[in-house]
Design a protein around this ligand. Structure first.
Ligand code: C5P
Length: 238
């Protein structure tokens, strides 16, 4: 079965999402990402609504708190029926294990436990900033692969990462470890504020498991056509 790129719904309101989704055939089941902007505005109802339309949801809230709090929050997110969600690996192995436990507790009987992934170092963090602000002395690459190994040890399914980090992460963990990668741009499109971008087919070749695509679809003149082109490229069909 062909795989769907995850569309980042970086919109400020449900109304804006509705306008965007009208550009897709109503029977098309999408995989969408809901981030902090939309979630904090619209609340859990936005996830219930997207699920009721038949879409899969990656809820990108990057939890980071004490294990007990994260566990309870994750129980609630699993009840919403999210398909993928995430935490910061900097919260530690105990916190990540608690997150997984919380998801298991909240998953409705007969449904799959949501895929849980960790953010390692934010791609907006430079090596210099990591040294200065976090007092982490190793290279950025070492920090990223170390956090990925911690996530694997905690029983998580994978990490959010740049496609360019996927090879090192797979070496530090396993080939099956999920690498969910933003920073995707189809050949010839605007890069925007992303620094290190790869095309959907490059992402596939270097080991990405999921790709997240925002503006190349949301800002396109014809979003559905842009989506189909990216989906074909991601699935090696073009
Ligand atoms: O519009 P664009 O394709 O750049 O959107 C990428 C999406 O992935 C945005 O929602 C952005 O916040 C998110 N993201 C990212 N880089 C990360 C983590 C998340 O671009 N390291």
């Amino acid at each position: 079965m062909s795989q769907r790129p995850i569309i980042a719904l970086d919109f400020p309101s449900k109304e804006a999402v509705e306008v965007f989704l009208l550009k897709f055939p109503s029977e098309e089941s999408l995989f969408v990402k809901v981030g902090m902007e939309l979630f904090y505005q619209e609340g859990p109802e936005i996830v219930r609504w997207l699920k009721s339309l038949g879409h899969s949801v990656f809820l990108d809230l990057k939890l980071h708190d004490i294990p007990n709090t994260v566990e309870r929050a994750m129980t609630g997110l699993a009840k919403l029926g999210v398909d993928i969600t995430n935490v910061h690996a900097a919260g530690g192995i105990k916190m990540m294990k608690a997150a997984k436990e919380g998801l298991k507790k909240g998953t409705v009987a007969g449904q799959d436990v949501p895929i849980l992934i960790a953010v390692t170092q934010l791609t907006s963090t430079s090596e210099t900033e990591m040294h200065q602000d976090q007092l982490i002395d190793v290279s950025l690459k070492e920090s990223v692969t170390h956090y990925a190994a911690c996530a694997e040890k905690a029983g998580l399914d994978g990490v959010v990462c740049s496609a360019l980090e996927a090879k090192d992460i797979h070496q530090a963990t396993s080939e099956a470890f999920v690498c969910l990668t933003p920073g995707i741009r189809p050949s010839g499109s605007a890069v925007g504020d992303q620094q290190r971008v790869v095309t959907p087919s490059e992402a596939r070749k270097i080991g990405a498991t999921f790709i997240v695509v925002g503006r190349p679809i949301t800002q396109a003149d014809r979003p559905y056509e842009a989506y189909q082109t990216i989906k074909q490229e991601w699935n090696g069909e073009s």
